[in-house]
Unconditional design. Structure first.
Length: 561
């Protein structure tokens, strides 16, 4: 049977569309692979430094400070791990399984400490609790004490102080995951424990807690990653950890190979935590055997309800309300800070970097997520996971991994231009906004990618098929079908990246261009000079911006039962 000319033309057009679609799929795969390779360069460079001899300086570090870095980092992890489990699990159980006055407020208020970076809490509480602060001054006035020889007060600038403040900021990671675990546990199982005579405490200890262990471990691993990433708090409190050691070795000693090897050791710590977090997440999926049902909460009345409210209220007060009130008071006492042109210059720099990174991050994450949707192969999955690995890596490690390769690239370009044209190009990328934005993308690309990947997964594949059957290409399908459906997710991803860039300190401190400070860097510099009152306004601005993603999470919380 012979086809008519129109039928033949239609068949050839369909065949051409299929060929183009297949080529586009391979093009997306190549593009995502190239992005993954570029994003992974800093991490690969840091790991490769383990094979590079660092000379006598490494021996000096090993004999003097390396053991202190290890012990302080481990002590910090142990203390913060215990603290976030205690606060996160207690809060999640109370607001999920119990009914008490103020429960609906507490279920979202427990997220508020996420808005304040730990280093800002460190500066605020130092202003309150130091020897000349209002707390110790008031105690001396009341009891007639003259000096520290008359009384003992726990030092805020210590390992214990760093543990306490990091715990107050990071417990929401455990709270979020454990609350979801409690919500998704089979109501039948909990009802069975009650029918067997279990009290609320025994039901929690023998049924709910064992089922939530994977979520507890995953949330704790996330909190510990942030603990290892912290720089501002431990630097201000004089606690020597890997992050402060990297900065001191790089800038204080000028030893880049040794700093790279310290960064590599810290990276190995973090990769172990990443593996543990992912393993526990895989375990948690086996525990949900029933659909979510309305939970019959334990009613806590009288002193029990007041105690439950107090348990939830204390971390919110200490981790958000009190520091915010102090920063607000200091800012009001010196409103001239807001009229200072330097303040608005720092704010402009922060907003510029955050806006550029958010725009690029969302665009790159959309390409990656759509590529994974088009070709869900093992290679594509591996490429996207590598590109999204940076969020777990400390900013100081990424800074080391970015500066050295970019410096080598600048030197190579300069040498080539000198040899060929006799022109000295100098440093084209090092110490520029380009290098800083690249470091931000390595660090925060995962935030945008995870948001968009989750949203794309909820779009039915039949919409793709329908679009292609109408003759639309892969790119046209993305532009006309997926992007309109992803509107809110694109905005959410951009907002999350924007806020993370505003709060980022170590990478900004190391890579920023000369005389190009951000709000975070300015707060750090003023606090280092003991000018805590002058640091109040920029610190308050950072906290105000940080509230935005917390409000998004709170809205999701309110939609749950």
């Amino acid at each position: 049977m012979r086809l008519s000319p129109k039928s033949a033309e239609g068949a050839s057009g369909l065949l051409l569309n299929l060929v183009i679609s297949k080529l586009w799929r391979h093009g997306w795969t190549v593009l995502v692979g190239a992005i993954a390779l570029l994003i992974s360069v800093p991490v690969l460079f840091v790991l490769s430094s383990l094979a590079t001899p660092a000379g006598e300086i490494w021996q000096h570090l090993a004999q003097t400070v390396l053991l202190r870095y290890v012990l302080n980092s481990l002590g910090l992890m142990l203390g913060v791990g215990c603290g976030v489990v205690l606060l996160g699990v207690a809060g999640a159980w109370l607001v999920t399984m119990c009914q008490f006055p103020g429960r609906r407020v507490m279920e979202w208020a427990l997220l508020l400490p996420l808005a304040a970076p730990a280093y800002i809490l460190a500066y605020a509480y130092t202003e309150v609790l130091e020897f000349y602060g209002p707390v110790q001054t008031g105690l001396r006035a009341v009891f007639g004490w003259q000096g520290l020889q008359d009384y003992w007060f726990p030092p805020i600038r210590s390992l214990g102080g760093a543990i306490a403040l990091l715990t107050l900021v990071l417990y929401p990671y455990v709270y979020l995951l454990v609350r979801v675990a409690f919500l998704e546990q089979s109501v039948c199982t909990l009802e069975a424990s009650r029918s067997l005579g279990c009290t609320p405490w025994r039901s929690f200890w023998r049924v709910a807690l064992p089922l939530a262990r994977p979520a507890i471990a995953a949330g704790t691993a996330l909190a510990l990653m942030e603990t290892l990433s912290d720089f501002g708090t431990v630097q201000f409190f004089g606690v020597d950890t890997f992050t402060t050691g990297i900065y001191r070795t790089w800038f204080g000693m000028g030893e880049r190979p040794a700093a790279s090897q310290l960064a590599a050791l810290l990276l190995l710590f973090v990769l172990a935590l990443v593996w543990a977090e992912q393993w526990f997440r895989r375990q948690s999926r086996y525990f949900q055997t029933h659909s979510r049902q309305q939970i019959a909460r334990y009613h806590l009345l009288g002193w029990r309800g007041a105690l439950a409210l107090l348990v939830c209220l204390i971390p919110v007060l200490l981790g958000f309300v009190i520091p915010l009130a102090l920063l607000l008071q200091l800012t009001i006492n010196d409103l001239g800070q807001l009229a200072n042109p330097e303040f608005w210059t720092f704010a402009r720099n922060s907003l510029l970097l955050a806006a550029i990174t958010a725009g690029l991050g969302v665009a790159i994450a959309l390409v990656m997520a759509y590529g994974a949707r088009l070709n869900p192969s093992m290679g594509m999955t591996l490429a996207t996971r590598i590109a999204a690995m940076g969020y777990a890596i400390p900013g100081s490690v990424i800074a080391v991994g970015v500066l050295v390769p970019i410096g080598g690239l600048d030197n190579a370009i300069d040498a080539a231009m000198r040899n060929r044209f006799g022109i000295a190009t100098g440093l084209l990328f090092s110490g520029t906004i380009i290098a800083l934005v690249f470091a931000y993308l390595v660090r925060f690309l995962a935030v945008a990618f995870n948001t968009l990947e989750s949203s794309l997964g909820r779009i039915k594949p039949s919409l793709d098929d329908a679009s292609r059957s109408l003759g639309h290409s892969t790119l046209a399908t993305l532009r006309r079908v997926h992007i309109p459906l992803l509107g809110s997710s694109l905005l959410t991803a951009a907002l999350l990246v924007f806020v993370d860039v505003i709060k980022e300190l170590p990478a900004t401190l190391i890579i920023r261009p000369f005389n190009f400070d951000t709000l975070a860097v300015r707060v750090y510099q003023l606090a280092a000079d003991e000018r805590l009152a002058a640091a109040a306004a920029p610190a308050l601005a950072i906290v105000a911006v940080g509230i935005l993603p917390v409000l998004l999470l709170s809205r999701q919380i309110r939609r749950s039962p």
